[in-house]
Design a protein around this ligand. Structure first.
Ligand SMILES: [Zn+2]
Length: 276
């Protein structure tokens, strides 16, 4: 994350918001500058400027790649034109070439999608108590996933634990905090979640689309989130592979888009990540 530039980077300010420039928008020089800067491709971690009148929603999908859910989720996000982050598991990537191609496509579709790290072994195959007491092994597990899947930034979600870590600040369960602290010392950002779209019977979404949207609105209105004016949603790719649930995901995004305040961003643009 050390390559992240400060939030108010002048070039990006010009690229994203012509209003940053004090000259009138019909000024020919300003317009030309905007055009030139915007043409340069921006990679993962490139800064954005926040708009305080907006509400930032971070869709973060875990355990990728898990077809058909990953492929279906990607398709819905693309049709709807929203950004999302996929937290991937190395041992899922390793299964076959199809899964490798799916993850490669996520990595290559930034800025719409960001690929991030959800460990190699998913916490020793869900053996969380053991994983989080073996700090060296856990750190190696994340490092292996980072390298093997060619994850562009050092952004991690810990399997089975809602921990946050960055800039020397820690939130979440004490049982896994030693690993969060180690990851922080190694330059990773650990991202938890504000709200989960839960599942039952292994993969079926528990809540309906409208119910999820109500819960998101409640979160924004209560202000009870990890960072102000942001909500990080956790869901799992595998929840949306079957038709009724695919429809539910599409309806969920359609409903959210009806509120003009809602902006969808990838997790490299989460405030604590940006300010590191
Ligand atoms: Zn997971």
């Amino acid at each position: 994350m050390r390559n992240l530039k400060p939030i108010f980077h002048a070039g990006v300010c010009i690229a994203l918001l012509a209003a940053c420039n004090s000259k009138p928008s019909n000024d020919k020089t300003a317009a030309d500058t905007t055009k030139t800067v915007a043409a340069a491709p921006a990679g993962p971690g490139s800064p954005i400027k926040y708009d305080s009148s907006k509400r930032y929603i971070f869709l973060t999908w875990d355990d990728s790649p898990q077809p058909p859910g990953t492929v279906v989720s990607k398709r819905i996000f693309k049709e709807q034109g929203v950004k999302a982050t996929f937290f991937a598991v190395g041992m899922h990537y390793d299964i076959d070439p199809v899964r490798k191609r799916i993850l490669d496509s996520i990595r290559n579709e930034y800025p719409q999608f960001l690929l991030a790290n959800h460990s190699y072994s998913h916490g020793f195959r869900d053996n969380y108590n053991k994983f989080y007491t073996m700090v060296d092994s856990a750190a190696s597990d994340f490092a292996h996933a980072q390298q093997q899947m060619n994850i562009p930034l050092k952004i991690v979600r810990m399997p089975g634990r809602n921990n946050w870590a960055g800039k020397g600040e820690f939130r979440g369960p004490k049982s896994s905090e030693k690993v969060a602290r180690r990851l922080d010392s190694l330059g990773y950002q650990v991202i938890g979640w504000d709200l989960e779209w839960q599942f039952v019977k292994g993969s079926a979404p528990k809540q309906g689309a409208a119910e999820m949207v109500r819960m998101i609105n409640d979160k924004f209105e209560s202000g009870y989130t990890n960072q102000p004016n942001t909500v990080v949603i956790l869901a799992h790719d595998r929840m949306f592979g079957k038709a009724p649930y695919t429809d539910s995901l599409a309806r969920f995004i359609t409903l959210l888009k009806q509120d003009p305040r809602n902006v969808f961003e990838t997790i490299d643009h989460y405030p604590s990540v940006m300010n590191k």
